[in-house]
Design a protein around this ligand. Structure first.
Ligand SMILES: Nc1ncnc2c1ncn2[C@@H]1O[C@H](COP(=O)(O)OP(=O)(O)OP(=O)(O)O)[C@@H](O)[C@H]1O
Length: 248
């Protein structure tokens, strides 16, 4: 069997007696598009924080490509190949779309030389290529703060891709995006991930989005994995329907 791209083994962490990760075991395979679903407060974001070094587990390990990365600094984990996009995009809203991306490209190289122009060293070309990957090239000169929510999310995601990650973790990519915009956003995102050959995990509350786009679904409940499988199976599981989808 091939080594999973990411593996979480028996991760545990509690906040004031609440077990936010209660023995989480999960494998992510290269090339898959994995959805995490679960009730509010079940520990989905905590899991992303544990995988990216924002939280240190009280016990358990995280492996990337079979090598332990548990509790490394977020910056080190990002350099090793795990990038992250947030539920609320982390952008410089009063800067243009292109500048936001050029800043990300500069930061990725780990050197910030303030007296050099932002678009030096091929940064403009790299940023423009990334914008074209998600069809944001037409909005390059707009202020990030003027973009509609769906386009802002795409910009945040493409900033994560600027790191050239192997795995990207997306926290609710469609939250705050209108129902009409959601599918367009997901189609663009999926195409970009495929072209960039990036594996992705996304936390999502919209079950239509999960059903349509996820290769595999992992269901969270009270800090651990309650069920997993392809959407066609998971959405037939009565416990999932009762506890998460709320229709059984
Ligand atoms: N830094 C923290 N300090 C204290 N409690 C926390 C912290 N982070 C998470 N928690 C608690 O841990 C539990 C899991 O929270 P988490 O945000 O991981 O859930 P979630 O499944 O992502 O929820 P949602 O779907 O609402 O985003 C909750 O009870 C939350 O209040």
């Amino acid at each position: 069997m091939t080594t999973p791209l990411l593996q979480a083994k028996d991760l545990r962490i509690a906040f004031y007696g609440v077990q936010a990760a209660d023995g989480v075991n999960l494998e992510i395979r290269e090339g898959e598009f994995l959805a995490i679903i679960g009730p509010n407060g079940s520990g989905k974001t905590t899991f992303l924080n544990l995988c990216t070094g924002y939280l240190r587990p009280s016990s358990g390990e995280v492996y990337l490509d079979g090598k332990p990365i548990t509790a490394m600094a977020p910056r080190t984990i990002a350099r090793r190949g795990i990038a992250r996009a947030f539920q609320i995009p982390q952008l410089f809203l009063d800067q243009t779309v292109l500048d936001n991306l050029m800043i990300a490209v500069a930061a990725k190289r780990g050197i910030w030389v303030p007296f050099k122009a932002l678009d030096a060293d091929g940064r403009r070309r790299e940023a423009e290529e990334l914008l074209a990957l998600v069809g944001l090239d037409g909005e390059a000169q707009q202020l990030a703060g003027a973009l509609p929510e769906g386009r802002r999310k795409l910009l945040d995601i493409v900033i994560a891709l600027a790191l050239k990650p192997r795995l990207v973790l997306l926290d609710e990519p469609t939250s705050g995006v209108s129902t009409i915009e959601r599918f367009t956003l997901m189609e663009t995102l999926m195409a970009a991930l495929r072209r960039a050959k990036v594996t992705a995990l996304f936390v999502e509350h919209d079950m239509d989005v999960v059903q349509r786009y996820a290769d595999r679904v992992v269901v969270w409940d009270s800090g651990s994995v309650m069920a997993e499988g392809p959407p066609s199976e998971v959405f037939k599981d009565e416990r999932v329907l009762r506890n998460v989808v709320g229709v059984a």
